[in-house]
Unconditional design. Structure first.
Length: 382
């Protein structure tokens, strides 16, 4: 039986493309103009002038903080840099799994140790969101050490959020440029409207499940290569090309075979992804500083080769540059998507908060087009 008996014309919007399911005061995206704003503030101002801590506060509380408010928030984030030993034991048990699978399992398990897990009030959800913002980078870093036979690194209270993440991941204090670039990367990935993982989080929150449940589902959604895998694939592509002189031929071959060129195109943007310029500048600076300029040169050659397709809306996106940043920092490719997740936690949290504020169970319909009504045939008569 169909899920609807209406005689009105039914339009199918596959993937819910172009469908507005709710209002939001958090993230404004103009795909044609290539603009992105958090709470009204341009992503360019935030990337150039803000910090991840300040941007996180903005997303969660709606306004930029005063100096005192930011200091208190920084104390909250640093106080939350703790993970129960039992979680590390779980990570040890599944250490050979993909980092996104380990992260998904660990985030789910954290619910058992959170004192606010069953409290879905705004205040409790904010507290849980702050804790998870600090805990997720710790889980990623801990797994990296554990799977290499080392003990997890302890956090450094003297370091900011992004710098501490790199420190815990690599075991040594990062330079100022590397720390700032990771900070910018986290700002750029902090929130992006109703993407697949954020929508998944809202669907789960719509059932009145807790934040940990919604966050676990969001991590699961991000693990799929169609959503979170671009940065990892771009680095593989750059390695396959090997030299800037081979980029044009690579693009020609891919387009002739009707295959996608990784890092180009976006479900929302028809112009260049506004986040891309900030990672592009970072890649150029970092690749030259580390004596490996060819990686930036390969990306620049790819952008040049793809220019004829820009008029069709196939432009570079943020993940085109992000993977090379991680690679130059000596980060394993299978950690690229978990790093994306580490920056996105405040965005997922505020999406859940908005869903809870005026909650409704998200329950779209599917139009049945299977077999007509038929009689049941007993098994002996089939």
């Amino acid at each position: 039986m169909s899920e609807t008996t209406t005689t009105e014309k039914i339009e199918i919007h596959r993937g819910l493309k172009g469908v507005y399911f709710d209002r939001s005061q958090v993230c404004a995206i103009d795909g044609r103009a290539g603009e992105l704003r958090y709470r009204g503030y341009s992503i360019h101002d935030l990337a150039e002038r803000s910090t991840f801590e300040e941007t996180c506060y903005l997303l969660l509380h709606g306004e930029l903080p005063s100096r005192d408010a930011l200091a208190r928030f920084d104390v909250e984030l640093k106080a939350a840099r703790t993970v129960p030993d039992a979680i590390y034991d779980i990570v040890r048990t599944i250490k050979d799994a993909h980092p996104m699978d380990v992260l998904r399992t660990a985030v789910s398990a954290l619910a058992a140790f959170d004192p606010d897990v069953a409290d879905n009030s705004v205040a409790a959800t904010l507290r849980k969101g702050v804790r998870l913002t600090s805990q997720v980078p710790m889980l990623i870093a801990a797994h990296e050490h554990i799977r290499k036979g080392r003990e997890p690194a302890r956090p450094d209270p003297a370091l900011g959020h992004a710098a501490n993440f790199l420190y815990m991941l690599k075991g040594s204090r990062p330079g100022g440029d590397a720390a700032r670039l990771m900070d910018v990367d986290m700002i750029l990935h902090a929130e992006h409207g109703s993407n697949a993982s954020a929508f998944t989080a809202r669907v789960v929150a719509g059932t009145e499940a807790d934040l940990h449940a919604a966050m676990t589902a969001a991590v699961a959604a991000l693990s799929g290569p169609a959503h979170g895998g671009a940065a990892e694939n771009v680095m593989r592509m750059a390695q396959e090309i090997g030299d800037p002189s081979q980029a044009a031929e690579y693009v020609k071959r891919k387009r002739a075979n009707k295959e996608a060129v990784m890092g180009f195109g976006h479900r929302v943007y028809r112009a260049e992804d506004p986040r891309a310029r900030h990672m592009r500048a970072g890649v150029e600076q970092l690749s030259r500083a580390m004596g490996e300029p060819k990686w930036y040169q390969i990306l620049a050659a790819l952008v040049d080769a793809m220019k004829p397709y820009a008029r069709h809306g196939v432009n570079v996106n943020v993940d085109f540059y992000a993977g090379v940043v991680y690679f130059l920092n000596g980060i394993a490719e299978d950690l690229f998507v978990p790093i994306f997740a580490a920056g996105r936690v405040p965005g997922w949290t505020v999406q859940v908060l908005e869903q809870m504020e005026n909650n409704i169970l998200i329950r779209p319909l599917t139009l049945y087009n299977g077999a007509e009504a038929r009689d049941y045939v007993p098994i002996d008569a089939r």
